[in-house]
Design a protein around this ligand. Structure first.
Ligand code: SAH
Ligand code: MG
Length: 933
């Protein structure tokens, strides 16, 4: 145990393969014979006389003294051998995994492995963790040399496996590994240092200088700073998932950067998930460690329960994506040290890829993605033949589904008719190698000597990782080939799951009827335990569905097939008389665009030049199938349909940000009517005054999520200091992130286009004075006063002009008279959204949170009276629409200017130096920011 490296070998040996066990037991009496199996591939070209060779497959027969077994076919010889050995072990009733070390042995090995990580040799090892150890040596101050335990827990699979042996619960609760690693470290107090409540480990003695230098030099050859796009997933469903930029300097540690984006001081406070998605991916979720993560490091017993007290709220979207509970805001990023790349590996994650991951978790999503037709393809209802099937195969998708949802691999059992009486069933647990070979479609062709008539039946069972039953499907139908029966049973399960994912609130009996699946048995308790979080997410996304229509091409004639949700259908081109019929393959090209009713603007979402599907199986959305059935070969058609769920649209759209803004309910009224949108026009309006007045200081009263402050940074102005105040902590934290990311980007840019050196966000009410905001050059208060009661709005007016006293103050608020126009246009497009409609009818305001909306006269009175009282002048203007035409601007604006000369103004400054606001976030111009959220 002196050399920790030994443990690596020991771990590998822990599990004997089935073949090794057979060999150990029978020696030369066990004969493995591997045969090549060559099959003719049906290549989707009926009538082609030349046989097409498929890839070579292997089948292994194993002869033992008492009996013999034959494996399924596999792409690799060794998999066939293992499968045969496995079958033999099953017959012999031998459990193939008896050689597992005890929990105590694993615990000793874990301690040795942790020790090895902090050895000199480790700095020159190939382990992906090594990058973290070297990065730790570049951290500053107290963090110098400290390695976050969370990266040790997830980047070293051997350690994780050892923890699994100590306590199998580790599998379903990732934080437990952390506890074991921290405990192991406390047993190594001669070599490493930990400190209470800290999830990080230091090496006790410094590394010898030569070792340290050589590794650091080696790594600093990596390029300068990097910028990667990541995704912020707020825990609150009210807030949108949005992109963030991670800016990692050449000397910085990326975990520290991620930490700051999560409002944490450093990477030691961050937890890291296992990788998500493809096996080779570095995509992980990052989230703040609970403050009171209770590490019971004193006890000697290796078995601990996870004791966590999360203050943060559950993050439903991140938890769903990951399959385990995640608390608080999370960042999804693809970054890390890998075995393959020398420096830091990183990839951008776009909103589109986030939504693709989300839909990839649903059975139809997997299929849609495999067909590259997210908005058009649907999981087919029937598996007819392998040749007519397009996209991933059902069995493959079922494996994928189970893997992604942390379920055990599906268990298939097939049974053939001829042997039914003897009730012999061949049971096989698929291995991933088998899964691959399923693509070639030849694995189960004639295994087990089946006859030519329909005589194979297949059952599927789905279990949780802890082997609790979740679903069972036992179709009555018999098939000619084993693989057909497996694909059909798999498809049945997928269809059932898909119906649930489409409408998670559906009662179970109804679900069974819907899929016509009387042969599916669901274990509701286990099932809902696993999938209820999806219900939550799904509903949110459904609720947010917009009111626009999807169309393929343009609208010509009015023609609707209402029962299928097809509107404005027009079919063009000469009738060739050749129509597709069920069971045949249709070949189409198509495009899908987002259109806004009454607008000519279209946003292309998806298009395919060549797309094939089998008619009559529901392999495409019903509208496409219905319309295609009416078209003869050579014709074209276009029609509109209602919007699909938002996540599908965003997964399909290349420009997710733009599409999102088109869809998002908040701005959609304005978006639909104004170009550029009103919010942008307000920014431009403010900008013009900032430029004209050469203002160097600006305060945005009621800054919300910082949209104005953020936009201002994109323009060259004289501004040096910008400040925002709001009472919503949620909005402020969003503002902080957005502005931080913008400012750090500008800091690195060769030609910074802003001179802003200081930015501060305050938490406080603008009806209360704070002397730090006195005497600014310009104040803005855009679309805020209507969020307060009228008397508070007056209070704000008095305080801002008497105490804050900006030289210029710009106040905007909706023009109530303009609502008639907005409502007229919105009621025509909001037919399908009863909630929205009642909202508009019942409150008559543009937003539920508005306490009032003033007419032009009301606003004029308010502003004129205020200006007169505090020695300001006032001018009226607005954005959206026109001031000269009734009913005036959509958003009305008052610009106040101080008539008091600046010198006198200073004298007027009252002695009140009260600090009533709390600094939430601050940027000091050197790229340093402090946050107290
Ligand atoms: N000015 C921003 C946000 C407008 S939404 C923009 O144009 O995008 C209105 C904002 O006013 C909200 O963020 C709300 O939290 C804030 N607000 C309402 N009452 C407030 C008060 N008394 N003090 C500070 N902010 C307030
Ligand atoms: Mg408003």
């Amino acid at each position: 145990m002196e050399n920790g490296g030994l443990s690596v070998v020991a771990v590998r040996k822990m599990k004997l393969t089935p073949k090794a066990i057979i060999v150990q037991k029978f020696g030369r009496n066990a004969q493995f014979t591997v045969d090549e199996v060559q099959d003719v591939v049906q290549n989707g070209c009926p009538g082609l006389a030349i046989p097409q060779k498929g890839p070579c497959l292997y089948r292994c027969s194993l002869q033992l003294p008492e009996f013999s077994v034959v494996s399924e076919t596999f792409k690799k010889k060794k998999d066939a051998e293992q499968s045969a050995a496995e079958k033999a072990l099953e017959k012999l009733g031998i459990d193939p995994s008896p050689n597992v070390p005890s929990a105590e042995e694993a615990w000793d090995k874990l301690i040795a492995s942790v020790k090895h990580l902090f050895s000199n040799e480790f700095l020159s090892s190939q382990s992906p963790l090594r990058g973290h150890f070297i990065a730790a040596l570049r951290r500053d101050g107290d963090l110098y040399g400290s390695v976050p335990a969370s990266v040790i827990a997830v980047c070293d699979s051997k350690l994780a496996n050892l923890c699994k042996l100590i306590n199998p619960k580790v599998e379903s609760s990732h934080l437990l590994v952390l506890t074991y690693i921290m405990r192991a470290a406390t047993r190594l107090s001669e070599f490493v240092v930990t400190s209470e409540g800290q999830l990080s480990i230091w090496r006790k003695d410094p590394y010898p200088p030569e070792i340290k230098e050589s590794s650091i030099i080696q790594q600093s050859e990596s390029p300068d700073s990097i910028c990667i796009e990541a995704i912020h997933i707020p825990s609150s469903l009210e807030m949108a998932v949005h992109p963030v930029t991670l800016n990692v300097s050449s000397t910085g540690y990326y975990l520290d950067v991620i930490a700051r984006n999560l409002d944490q001081t450093d990477g030691n406070k961050i937890l890291v998930s296992r990788t998500i998605g493809k096996a080779s991916s570095e995509m992980r979720l990052y989230f703040a460690a609970p403050k009171s993560y209770l590490l019971d490091l004193s006890s000697d017993l290796p078995n601990v329960e996870e004791v966590v007290d999360f203050e943060g709220s559950l993050n439903p979207r991140a938890s769903y994506l990951y399959g385990q509970d995640i608390y608080g805001d999370a960042i999804l990023a693809s970054i890390g040290y890998t075995r393959k790349s020398e420096g830091l590996f990183h990839e951008d994650i776009t909103l589109q890829s986030y939504y693709r991951m989300l839909i990839h978790l649903t059975p139809s999503g997997v299929y849609k993605l495999s067909r590259e037709a997210i908005l058009t393809a649907e999981l087919p209802m029937a598996f007819t033949t392998r040749t007519n099937w397009r996209g991933s195969f059902p069995r493959e998708m079922l494996f994928m589904f189970c893997r992604q949802h942390w379920l055990s691999e599906p268990v298939f059992s097939t049974c053939s008719n001829s042997l039914k009486e003897s009730s012999e069933s061949s049971r096989f647990y698929e291995k991933s190698a088998a899964l691959e070979s399923a693509e070639t479609g030849k694995e189960c062709t004639s295994g087990g000597g089946t006859a030519a008539s329909d005589n194979v039946r297949c059952e599927v069972k789905i279990f949780s990782k802890s082997r609790d039953p979740i679903l069972e499907c036992s179709p009555k139908e018999f098939y000619k080939k084993q693989n057909e029966s497996i694909e059909n049973a798999s498809l049945k399960v997928l269809s059932w799951l898909n119906a649930y994912f489409k409408d998670p609130d559906i009662p179970l009996e109804k679900l069974n009827n819907l899929v016509g699946a009387l042969d599916i048995q669901c274990y509701p308790q286990n099932f809902f335990k696993k999938f209820s979080s999806y219900r939550f997410i799904h509903n949110v996304q459904q609720r947010k569905m917009g009111e626009k229509l999807l169309q393929a091409n343009s609208i010509n004639t009015l023609n609707a097939i209402p029962e299928h949700g097809i509107y404005c259908l027009s079919i063009g081109g000469p009738d060739s008389g050749i129509y597709p019929s069920n069971g045949c393959l249709s070949f189409i090209s198509y495009s899908v665009s987002l259109v806004i009713e009454g607008e000519t603007m279209k946003e292309l979402l998806e298009s395919r030049e060549e797309f094939e599907f089998e008619m009559g199986t529901g392999a495409v959305i019903p509208q496409v199938e219905v319309v295609t059935a009416q078209m003869s070969v050579g014709q074209s058609a276009c029609f509109c349909k209602e919007l699909p769920p938002q996540e599908l649209i965003l997964a399909a759209a290349d420009d997710s940000a733009r599409t999102f803004s088109l869809l998002s309910s908040k701005d959609r009224m304005e978006q639909a009517l104004f170009s550029p949108p009103l919010s942008k026009q307000r920014v431009e309006y403010a900008l013009q005054h900032i430029k004209e007045s050469c203002a160097t200081t600006l305060v945005d009263f009621g800054c919300g999520s910082g949209s104005l402050l953020d936009s201002l940074l994109d323009y060259p102005t004289a501004l040096e200091k910008i400040v925002g105040v709001d009472i919503s902590q949620k909005s402020l934290s969003r503002a902080a992130k957005i502005i931080h990311s913008k400012l750090s980007k500008k800091l690195d840019a060769a030609v910074p286009c802003t001179d802003v050196k200081s930015a501060v966000l305050f938490d406080g009410s603008i009806t209360v004075f704070d002397s730090r905001l006195h005497g600014f050059d310009i104040g803005t208060c855009l679309e805020v006063i209507e969020h307060m009661e009228e008397d508070e709005a007056s209070q704000f007016g008095n305080i801002v002009l008497s105490s804050f006293r900006p030289r210029i103050l710009i106040v905007s608020t909706p023009n109530y008279e303009y609502n008639a126009i907005l409502q007229k246009s919105s009621s025509t497009i909001q037919e399908d959204d009863p909630d929205e409609k009642t909202q508009l009818q019942s409150c008559k305001f543009r937003n539920h949170d508005h306490k009032f909306e003033w007419t032009r006269d009301q606003f004029n009175c308010w502003a004129t009276e205020l200006a007169a009282r505090h020695n300001y002048s006032v001018e009226f203007s607005g954005v959206g629409g026109s001031g000269d035409r009734e009913p005036g601007f959509a958003s009305q604006i008052a610009v106040f200017r101080s008539r008091t000369p600046p010198e006198e103004d200073d004298l007027l400054k009252d002695g009140d130096s009260a600090h009533h606001y709390k600094v939430i976030w601050e940027w000091d111009g050197n790229g340093l920011s402090r946050s107290s959220l």
